[in-house]
Structure formats: C-alpha cells, structure tokens
Design a protein around this ligand. Sequence first.
Ligand code: CU
Length: 281
Amino acid sequence: MIVRKNQATLTPDEKRAFTNAVLELKRTGVYDRFVATHNSFLTSDSDFGPRVGHRGPSFLPWHRRYLLEFEAELQKVDQKVSLPYWDWTADRTPTSSLWAADFLGGISRARDGQVLDGPFAHAAGRWAVTVGVDSRPYLRRTLGAGGVQLPTKAEVNAVLAMPVYDAAPWNSTSDGFRNHLEGWRGSSLHNRVHVWIGGQMASAASPNDPVFWMHHAFVDMLWAEWQMRNPKSTYLPAGRTPDVVDLHGVMRPWNNITPADLLDHRKFYTFDTEKPGAPKR
Ligand SMILES: [Cu+2]
C-alpha cells in the first residue's frame, strides 16, 4: 500500500528518489503530457459551461485521479517513490527545507523569477519548460512576493467545518466546502498557494513546477480530513446537473471514472498521519 508522507519528514535519500523520478519523467516526455492535460482543462473549464477539473464539484476527485496517474508513473521509475504532501500551514516560509537546493530549490532571481538552484534550475540542463503560457523556458517562482501569506491552520479549520460539500450554481461563486477549499471564496485556500509561489504555479500550466504535486497532495488530504470530520456529508450533486459532474457522472478525459470511484482514498493510498488498520470511513 502506498503511504504519502509529509515532505518535511523525508530523508535526503527519499528527497533524491522523488526528484530523480520526476526528472526521469521529464526526460521521457511523460511529464509534459501531464502539464498539457492540466493546461487544456484549466483553460476550458468555465463557470457558465462544462467544467471538470476546476470551478466545480469535481475539482477534488479530478485532481485525485490526476495525481494517482502521476504517482503511478513515478512508481514505474522507482517503486519506492510516493507523492509527498506539503502542509503549507506549517512550512510557510521561503526558507522551509522544501525550498532547499537538495529538494525543489528556492533561490529565484528578482529580475525574472528564474529558479537558480536545485535539480529544476534551468542551468542544470534537465528542466526546460515546453508547455507554458509563454516561451520562457525556465522555471520561475516569486515565493511570498507581493505580500501574500500562505493560509493558516485556523483558516483551514474554518473551511473543514463547512458541512455541505458544494452548492448550486456549482461554480466559482458557490457556497460550501469545495469552493472554499478551491479558493474562489472566503480565505482562498488552494488558489492562494498557487499565487504565493508565483511563476508557472500561478498559470494554467502550473504542473510545470514540481511543487504542484505536493500542494495538491495536501489539498487532497484536506478533502479526506473533511470527510472524517463530517461523516454525514457526501459528494454533491447526487443527480444529473448541467455542465458539472455528479456523483456518478463520468469525468473527462477518462471515460469510465466517476467521483464515486474516488471518494475513498484508502483504496489507493494512506497518509502517514493515518494508522494502518484504522476503521474504514
Ligand atoms: Cu492547484
């Protein structure tokens, strides 16, 4: 069984195994296929038309499936690797170990945001951005610039206490847990983290930055946490609804996967915070 660990607890060997597997997927072209998928979905998802990956109820199951596929590709390279999660309520500064040269790198040049250290620095020769919103080939970040702060634990807890999964009109104006976690309303949790990092992370081609996977692994974990705290709540909408994916609706680009298939993450992995053998929810 896959166990997803807090990135702050990874050993140097585990960090190297993760970044090496990511670099190998980049070399073979697999990585950029994932970037292209996210880019095209983010661009086409709209508040008043069909929406699958973003701005609607299936934001969470869509990304869960997307991460599972990426994790499976990592494991083809190295069986020991799983997706780490980044708890941005705890590791919330540009000096966190996440941004060190032995992991994701963190020094970015003021002039153009170019990441200058670590395995994903452009000068290291193994990380050229090819699927992007412009032609700049280097990874960019502006960690914490512009006065944005990462969300706090109190802000997360307030959203985890929302008992209703989602609500009409099922888009970026909705009330409910999903939209507050996605971050179009309230304290802007998930969206604000993209903005805090900046560079490609603030664009539709956000998976160009490997931190994308750790950010979304944590968002995914918060969904599981919400399920645990709200055992009577369920995915909504339950029945057919225009433009959005209901509980048993099929999620593009897959042709046989529904949100119902993805509600229980323990079919696929557990988190290092969960005890093995704990009762199924
Ligand atoms: Cu995201």
